[in-house]
Every structure is written in C-alpha cells, then in structure tokens.
Design a protein around this ligand. Sequence first.
Ligand SMILES: NC(=O)c1ccc[n+]([C@@H]2O[C@H](COP(=O)([O-])OP(=O)(O)OC[C@H]3O[C@@H](n4cnc5c(N)ncnc54)[C@H](OP(=O)(O)O)[C@@H]3O)[C@@H](O)[C@H]2O)c1
Length: 264
Amino acid sequence: MKATVFLGGGRITSALASGLRLAKYDAPVVVYDRHPQKLRQLKKLYGVDTERDLHRAVERAKLLVIAVRPASVDALLREIGKIDCPLAAVSLAAGIPLANLRSALGPQVRWARAMPSPACRSRRGLTALVFDRSFPVAAKREVKALFAKVGTVLEIPDGKFDAFTATHSCSHGYHALATLASEARKLGLDRRTALTAAAHALADGIVAWREGSIGLETLLDEAATPGGIAAATQKAVDRAGYSRAVAAGLAAGMNRARRNAKLA
Ligand SMILES: NC(=O)c1ccc[n+]([C@@H]2O[C@H](COP(=O)([O-])OP(=O)(O)OC[C@H]3O[C@@H](n4cnc5c(N)ncnc54)[C@H](OP(=O)(O)O)[C@@H]3O)[C@@H](O)[C@H]2O)c1
C-alpha cells in the first residue's frame, strides 16, 4: 500500500508523527532519514514505518513530504533525480517558493507547500498551505486532511508564506515565556511560580480571546486599568521598544527566508 513518505526525520517530522499518532491517522506513514537512530526513535515513539534507502522510500510514496532543512533541499532533490510517474509532493522548507521546486523532480511531480508549526505535536498546530495550479484535486484533499488532523489549516498565497512563517512560529510564545519568567525570577519569584504566572499572562487571556467574542481592544482595556500596574508595565515595555524589537525579529525572519529561496 502506498504511503505518506517523509524525507527527513527531524524536528518537524517528529512533531507531525506525534500529532498524527494522537489523531489515530490510519494511512501508512514512512520516514526516511540518514540517521538510523532518529528512525529507530520515530518508530519506537510514534509507530511510523521507516526506510533507509532514499529511492525505495520515494517508490513507496503516494504523497512525498520534503522535510529537510532548506540548505539540504537541493542536494536531496538531485539525489532523487527525475520521477517518471505522477506524484504529489509537499515541501515544508521555509523560504523556498513553488517556482524553485516546480521542475526539480520532472514534470510528473506536482508541488504544494505546507508551513506547519511544531504545536502539531499536540494537535494544536497551525499550517499554511499553497498548491501549485496543476496539483491534483484528490491529492489536495489528502494534504488538507493530513494537516487538519494535527490542527488548523489555512490556504494562503505562496508570496505570503515568508511573512506567515516569521509570524506563526511557536518560538515567539516560548521566547516570551522564557524572558518574562526569567525577569520575574529576578524580582524574587521561584522558577515554578514565575513560569506559572508568565504562562498565564501570555496564554490564558489569548485562548479566551480566541474562543470568545470580545474584541482585543476591549480585553486589553479590561486588563490594564488606567493608572494601574499593568498599564504602567505596558507603557514601559512600549517605551523600551517592544514594537521595534518585534519588527526587527520579523525582518530578520523575512531576510532568512529570502536567503533560503536562493538555496534551491
Ligand atoms: N522545525 C519546525 O518547527 C519547522 C516548522 C515548519 C517547517 N519546517 C521546515 O521543515 C524542514 C525540516 O526542519 P527540521 O527543523 O525538522 O530540521 P531537522 O531537525 O534538521 O531535520 C531534518 C532531518 O533531515 C536529515 N537530512 C537532511 N538531508 C538529508 C538527506 N539528503 N538524506 C537524508 N536525510 C537528510 C537531517 O540530517 P542532518 O542533520 O545530518 O542534516 C535531519 O535529520 C525545514 O525545511 C524547515 O524549514 C520546520
């Protein structure tokens, strides 16, 4: 039986395999990677099938998922060579546009891009998708269904992928959590209390906003009484350059994505 085949068994494949297992995804999943210990671990943790030979892995694919780092994509695609039967392929590689992938494996291979977040691990993912015009309708349904198993799916234009990638990374939240908790510890909170308070500050209100119907402006007003502690904190954070810091971070992400585009 043909499978969903991941080429690359690293971080994002591990997150997706975990989420798919939680979702009881019943289509066969095969992972290929050059590190046998990663394959053993993926098999043990998530019950995926593994493949040590690249060409055998590709032959087993109904859907081929490119899950190596952007700098490794070109070499991997060259190693695969031209494929002479129809195949749907999805690249997870950040920054590499469809135009650079389109002809890489020959005209029989149709391409899509997916940009999942590692929160797919717990089925709280968010994945952007884009399909090349010629992508078969049935395969499109399969790709959407695959990522919908592990979270929310959005279709956005290829040209918006870099901005989405720089914005949707869970690293923003983890980074903010680590920074807020670390500063709270300097004020005397123990590690556990600092992390609990910081996680509440960052996550719980946002979950309530997402699940409720009250606007962000209203919630922000409710949480920061004029003249109060939250208002003073927010003002000081803004004065210290909060927006500038976020803008600089996103600009660096966009630049990195543009450099990735030149790799394939
Ligand atoms: N991590 C995320 O949250 C995330 C989210 C969305 C999209 N992505 C995209 O997903 C891709 C993978 O990211 P990742 O974080 O999972 O990277 P990763 O942890 O480095 O995993 C990639 C794996 O592929 C292996 N590999 C590379 N080239 C290979 C080849 N020619 N043959 C066999 N194995 C090969 C790597 O081995 P080596 O270490 O020896 O190279 C590594 O084990 C990237 O393009 C990234 O932009 C990642």
